[in-house]
Structures are given as structure tokens and as C-alpha cells.
Write a protein that binds this ligand. Structure first.
Ligand SMILES: [Zn+2]
Length: 65
């Protein structure tokens, strides 16, 4: 049976997603998060860095509501 082939992956739990986002994709070390709030632009910039190998993830920008 191959009924699930081609369907979007929706069975990943929220915890798994968060865990994947919070650990280094190279070495699995928990990432250090930095948040910078720009009140003028009404945005929060989120960046994460691995303390072990030093890679930085892309910066996520959230609009303040
Ligand atoms: Zn790492």
C-alpha cells in the first residue's frame, strides 16, 4: 500500500517541529536564540546561532501587531 505517497507531510507534531528549529542541523546542539525588537519598524528579528559550530540560522522577522 502506498496511499500516502505524494501527500503533504502533516503527521509531524508541533514538538518535533520546535525541536528541529531549536537544534543545530549540523551537530544537534541546542541553538542560542537572539531577539531584537525594532519598535520603530514594529518588528521582532529572531536569529539563532549554534554555540558549538557557530553557524547562524536565517533571521526570522515577525511583525508586531
Ligand atoms: Zn552546530
Amino acid at each position: 500500500m502506498d496511499l500516502q505517497k505524494g501527500l503533504p507531510v502533516t503527521h509531524i507534531s508541533h514538538d518535533e517541529v520546535v525541536k528541529a528549529m531549536c537544534t543545530c542541523s549540523l551537530c544537534g546542539t541546542p541553538l542560542k536564540f537572539h531577539h531584537v525588537t525594532d519598535f520603530k519598524a514594529k518588528q521582532v528579528q529572531e536569529a539563532a546561532q549554534c554555540p558549538a559550530c557557530g553557524i547562524k540560522t536565517k533571521v526570522n522577522v515577525f511583525d508586531l501587531q
